[in-house]
Design a protein around this ligand. Sequence first.
Ligand SMILES: Nc1ncnc2c1ncn2[C@@H]1O[C@H](COP(=O)(O)OP(=O)(O)O)[C@@H](O)[C@H]1O
Ligand SMILES: [Mg+2]
Length: 249
Amino acid sequence: MVLRNEGVVPALECRELGKTYGAGRIVLAHLDFTLAPGEFVAIMGDSGVGKSTLLNLIAGLDSADSGDVIIDGSAVSRLDDNAATRLRRKKLGFVFQAFHVLPHLTLAQNVALPLLLNDLPTAGALDMLAAVGLGGRGDDFPRQLSGGELQRVAIARALVHRPKLILADEPTGNLDPDTAHDVLGLFRAQSKATGAATIMVTHSEAAAAVADRILILSDGGLHASSGRNAFAGSPPGSRSTARSADDAR
Ligand SMILES: Nc1ncnc2c1ncn2[C@@H]1O[C@H](COP(=O)(O)OP(=O)(O)O)[C@@H](O)[C@H]1O
Ligand SMILES: [Mg+2]
């Protein structure tokens, strides 16, 4: 268990975060959340409840109406656009649900992108590919890869610059159960190896089970999961949002 430790700068703090779309669709309201360095948190919740919105606000892909996002001690929501972009580029890794691996770049070039953007030496990209089980594949192109392999490239790219904070939006959502299981193990091992704190949004209880903490997003805020009770009214397996990885073990 990770305890809040005075003197340790949280990897992420969300304070009083609010987001409303259009005329009155309140998605997030007064959301408070603190993530310790190295901690791995799973966020679950019904479809449309605001999970992607929350990740997008943290990543700066969308802007909050109110509140603050503080990454590794810096209030990014209060920086100007250029400074916020630089900080996020350095401190954040994002694993998108649909991989977003660039098709015209080789695997090595895809993984090297965050290094290039941060003016870091790109040699580490090949080591990172090897760490996710794709050693020797650096010159291949994404079209030559399976879904599980593409997800490994996406994870390698999110971790290669050793960010403080990893955001993953349903990283096993497109994978078969066996591949989901492998990718989760890898993901957790790699984030622990680099010391990154991780938020993983998932519909899969099996995926969430690898996390240090499970939180449920509902009514605009994050709430501690209390085992099965968290899904009261929707027994496991009956939810329309259940994914194939639910059975991954
Ligand atoms: N750009 C947008 N404009 C208007 N409404 C949006 C936008 N993005 C998301 N929403 C709405 O916000 C709610 C939360 O969406 P989202 O964060 O994608 O949910 P989740 O990831 O939990 O399934 C949904 O009702 C969705 O329709
Ligand atoms: Mg979503």
